[in-house]
Design a protein around this ligand. Sequence first.
Ligand SMILES: [Zn+2]
Length: 355
Amino acid sequence: MNLVELLRALSDQFGVSGFEGEIRDWIYTNIKDKVDDIQTDALGNLIATINPGRDFIMMLDAHMDEIGIMVSYVEEGGFLRFASIGGWDPRVFPAKQVEIKSRDGKKHRGVIGASPPHIQTPEEQKQALKVEDLFVDIGAQSKEEVFARGIDVGSPGNLYYPFQLLERNRVMGKALDDRVGCAVLIRSLEYLWTNRPDFTLVANFAVSEEVGLRGARTAAHQIKPDVALAIEGTVGADTPGIPAHRCPARLGKGPAISVADHSIIVHPSLVAFIEEVAKALKIPWQHKVPLFGSTDAGAIHLTGKGVLTGIVSVPCRYIHSPSSVLDLQDFEHTVSLVIELIRRGREIKKQTKQN
Ligand SMILES: [Zn+2]
């Protein structure tokens, strides 16, 4: 599968936090023949292993889940009130197309209703709408019709905008945070299946990162890694009006290496090691400007006796919206960096002195 088709398939799968079944099944089907062992745990993490049982364990993590919505109340007239799942800016919602997943797995298209400017008062036009003011219209005309379609309180939904290839090596799609990280893990496993490390490598496709780094915590508890790397799609904000010091990462400038975010301060000698490996590869790379966002690294490094954990990210513009944009070269460079970090995995621990 070529890179664009891989990203398209991952981006278009449904996988709102807590409802990752479809994206997990897709990843399972596409990696099961390239790993020695593959398991799904009680929370839904997909944990794939190459070389089980060795003396040194390296964990890779990318989260499968995406932010979404959940039906919270069904109105008499068939409109659906909803709650946010994950970190949305509610100003993104009005007039967006959605799909709601019913209990039989079917998707029901609809739109988040927005009142037309014609009927708004001047005061209303100045106000940002809150989630409580909004509703989804799936074309149903009564609540009985909604229930008959298998939709009820708790039904998940997402803002569905199909993946597209843009000009100049750039693609656009929903959920690239963190389906791009899933793609990095898949490409890394494909390489390592025939170029095996001399230790145990465990790739965790995590659930429920967007609602509090939940899946990675229980996965790391089981895996007990010596070192770990979280792979993310991070905030690319190299757009008009954003000052440089508030721009976490830039498109086209290579993988973003995290020094710290709101969930972890990466061990300084691990940061130095990742930088050294990137320099040796002669690929472009950048620091992610601290301290924006949180990552699964925050959960992983606090498990067991503490786990040495780093973060490498692909910059994505407009994350936590239905149309994020990334650069395919950044992706390729991130894969090269991650594979080299795995190849030199044992050195990470040896070279990491006290901070
Ligand atoms: Zn993420």
